[in-house]
Design a protein around this ligand. Structure first.
Ligand code: SF4
Ligand code: SF4
Length: 193
C-alpha cells in the first residue's frame, strides 16, 4: 500500500456495509492457493488467518454456481488489469457465513474481516455499499499522484538551476521519495495518470 493510503482504514465509513455477505461468500486472493498453503505452514499470519476461514470451491464453475456475478466481476477486473491467470485463481467461501448472510462469529471476526475492503483497489462485489466510496478514494489518490508529478517537474527545474551541490542532493532526495510513492501505484497504472 502506498503512502497516500495511510489513513485509509481509519477513515473508512463502516456504515456503508450493507451486510449482504457477498464478500464472505465468494472471494479470491492475489496469491495462488498452493502458495497460501505453503505460507500458512511456514507460519505466515495472513495466510493462516485466511485459510482458517475460507474454504476453496472445487472449481471456478462451482463458485459461479454460488454467485456468477461476483466471479465474473473479479475475473473481468483481473483481465482488465492484465493479472488474470486461470491456472492460478481459486475462489473461496467463508465457513462462518450463515444462510441469512450474517456472520456466525461477528464479535470475534478477524482483522481481515474488519478491514474488508482493505484498499481502494480491492475488487468488491457488484452492489457492495463501498463501491462509490472506493471509486472516490482511487480518484483522490490519482489526483495526488498527478500533483506529485507536477512537483517533480518543478523540483527538476530547481535542481538544474541551483549550483550548490548540497542543495542539489537535498532536492534529489525529495525527488526520490516522490518517485517511490508514484512507483508504489505502478501496478494500478500510475504511469498513465
Ligand atoms: S460486499 Fe460490501 S456491502 Fe456486502 S458485506 Fe461485503 S463489504 Fe459489506
Ligand atoms: S468470519 Fe464472518 S465476517 Fe469474516 S469472512 Fe467469515 S462470515 Fe465474513
Amino acid at each position: 500500500m502506498g503512502n497516500y493510503e495511510e489513513n485509509y482504514l481509519a477513515k473508512r465509513p463502516q456504515h456503508l456495509c450493507q451486510m449482504c455477505g457477498k464478500c464472505c461468500r465468494v472471494v479470491t486472493t492475489s496469491i495462488p492457493y498452493k502458495k497460501l498453503v505453503e505460507m500458512s505452514k511456514k507460519g505466515d499470519k495472513g495466510a493462516k488467518d485466511f485459510l482458517s476461514l475460507f474454504v476453496p470451491y472445487e472449481s471456478i464453475e462451482a463458485a459461479r454456481k454460488v454467485d456468477a456475478g461476483i466471479v465474473d466481476n473479479i475475473i473481468n477486473r483481473l483481465i482488465d488489469d492484465g493479472n488474470y491467470r486461470e491456472d492460478d485463481i481459486t475462489f473461496y467461501g467463508c465457513k462462518y457465513l450463515q444462510d441469512n448472510n450474517l456472520c456466525s462469529r461477528y464479535d470475534t471476526r478477524l482483522d481481515l474481516c474488519k478491514h474488508c475492503p482493505s484498499s481502494p483497489w480491492s475488487i468488491v462485489p457488484p452492489g457492495c455499499g463501498f463501491e462509490g466510496w472506493l471509486f472516490w478514494k482511487r480518484e483522490e489518490i490519482k489526483q495526488k499522484i498527478r500533483h506529485s508529478k507536477e512537483e517533480l517537474l518543478e523540483l527538476k527545474l530547481l535542481r538544474m538551476r541551483t549550483k550548490d551541490e548540497e542543495t542539489q542532493k537535498r532536492i534529489a532526495s525529495v525527488e526520490n521519495k516522490i518517485m517511490k510513492n508514484i512507483e508504489a501505484y505502478k501496478k494500478y497504472g500510475s504511469e498513465n495518470w
